[in-house]
Design a protein around this ligand. Structure first.
Ligand code: ZN
Length: 489
């Protein structure tokens, strides 16, 4: 095979005789898929038949003689992964990547989405959404959980986001971020020493002054209608400390009525954990206990960060089936700390991986997240073992899918599931010699090997090039808009 032989004639690859499943539209030939039951260190070769948006079947070799009209992708020398699920991401600051360094989270929050920023334009929102999705696709992600702050909310901004996702062709689990407690109210112990003129800067990322009942509006305009293709809805209360009990209860009621996943932030910094320990004596200082006792903790919840969870809180998450989404890049850059990775695993808590904001993380790169996940377990629990590479891959795929309540659709390679697939070129030195596919994916690969990406059975990235739109033009447009923004600040 040569690097240009993306599509090979059926006759050239015909090497076996199992009948193709009815309705096959595309065939991945001879790759090494990481199916749930395979040895991910040494996955065997298998063909994957795709019928429209779904995986129709897997075989050691499908018969191609009668496969007229079926597109065949030569996947020999490629690992085939379930597309990564970026389970925590915010598209609102895509244009701010690389702008900040050496600041802890609390300082970063003063710069993230300050309310006095000039209003955004739909064109800028469209451009940044496209650019972010493009980076995610090129690094092998097929699904992103966008927890988006649109402040102040405008319907045309929301439409611009949806249009960008529809055009780029990525799958999105979309949640608007909201809160109803002012930023200054979330830091009672520092309130008096925090200069009054800076109070407005202490944004919660979703201020309560907005006139709109955002959740009600979201329900009326989106939840009650069929979601756009490749889109599923979620709810995004910013954090239990930034939301009243009433707002969390309303969120839970809505989540249960529509069976929606819920994404929120918890214990990102040590200060946030200290805040809970000092202000919630009736719950032993534990936010998760407060939520359990208020009846708002259930399997639909995903807690981003979870760096400073106490063991009783980890046990409560496991008991209620709630999950975490770890974001090791952002946690390190923002000087937040390291999540209790081993304790979460031992308790059986569902774990997804995310890449968080572009201004604090900054790369949307699941290979970096997986590698840090495996390495940081040595700090969170510095005793030998267990191996983490397979666990990291499962978190980056199945864990994120299960957290989105989409485990029956994505996150795994199996007949009947969506054909959301990422092909990694093993002819790169990264995989020579091939000692363990899983370990080399996690410890050696950094994204260079991502060659083809399929979403919903369609090739969206082919030979490292986006097919759905002009990526260079999208990036150029985003650069122009970024220059204008930073010239104003
Ligand atoms: Zn976040």
């Amino acid at each position: 095979m040569t690097t240009s032989s993306f599509v090979t004639s059926a006759k050239q690859l015909d090497m076996s005789d199992q009948a193709l499943p009815a309705g096959t539209t595309l065939l991945l030939r001879g790759g090494r898929p990481l199916t749930p039951d395979a040895d991910w260190h040494d996955p065997p070769q298998a063909d994957i038949a795709v019928a429209n948006d779904r995986i129709a079947g897997l075989s050691r070799g499908f018969r191609l003689a009668d496969a007229g009209g079926v597109e065949v992708i030569d996947a020999r020398d490629h690992l085939v992964l379930p597309g990564f699920v970026n389970a925590h991401y915010h598209s609102h600051d895509v244009l701010a990547k690389g702008t900040l360094e050496e600041v802890p989270l609390e300082t970063w929050r003063l710069y993230a989405l300050p309310p006095q920023y000039p209003p955004r334009s739909p064109e800028e929102i469209y451009a940044r959404t496209l650019l972010g999705a493009l980076e995610c696709l090129r690094s092998g992600m097929t699904t992103i959980q966008d927890m988006l702050t649109l402040y102040p909310y405008e319907e045309r901004h929301m439409d611009a986001v949806m249009r960008a996702y529809a055009e780029v062709g990525i799958r999105v689990v979309f949640a608007l971020q909201y809160a109803d407690r002012r930023g200054i109210e979330t830091v009672p112990f520092w309130k008096d020493t925090f200069p009054a003129e800076l109070h407005p800067l202490l944004s919660t990322a979703a201020e309560p002054e907005r006139k709109l009942d955002l959740i009600g509006h979201f329900e009326e305009t989106r939840l009650k209608r069929p979601a756009p293709p490749r889109t599923s809805w979620a709810l995004g209360p910013s954090s239990p400390e930034r939301c009243s009990t009433a707002m969390l209860q309303r969120t839970t009621e809505l989540a249960r009525r529509y069976d929606l996943p819920v994404y929120t932030h918890i214990y990102e910094s040590r200060g946030m954990a200290l805040q809970a320990r000092l202000t919630l004596p009736e719950y032993s200082g534990l936010l998760i206990r407060r939520m359990a006792e208020e009846g708002v903790l259930d399997r639909r919840l995903n807690f981003a960060h979870s760096v400073w969870l106490a063991q009783p809180e980890i046990d409560l998450l496991a008991e209620h089936g709630a999950g975490v989404v770890l974001n090791p890049q952002g946690n390190l850059k923002m000087k937040c700390g390291i999540a209790p990775i081993r304790a979460l695993q031992q308790a059986g808590v569902r774990i997804g991986l995310g890449c968080d904001n572009c201004s604090c993380s900054d790369a949307q790169n699941m290979f970096v997240a997986m590698k840090l996940f495996t390495l940081l377990a040595a700090v969170s629990d510095p005793i030998p073992g267990p191996p983490q590479a397979v666990a990291a891959l499962r978190a980056a795929t199945q864990g994120g899918a299960d957290g989105a309540q989409l485990g029956g659709l994505i996150g795994r390679i199996a007949p009947g599931l969506k054909a959301d697939l990422t092909l990694i070129d093993m002819r790169d030195p990264t995989f020579s010699p091939l000692n363990s596919a899983a370990r080399q994916l996690v410890h050696v690969e950094a994204g260079r090997g991502v060659r083809h990406v399929l979403v919903d059975g369609k090739v969206v990235v082919r030979d490292r090039r986006l097919l759905t739109l002009d990526a260079a033009a999208a990036a150029a447009d985003a650069r122009t808009r970024a220059r204008k923004i930073f010239a104003r600040i």
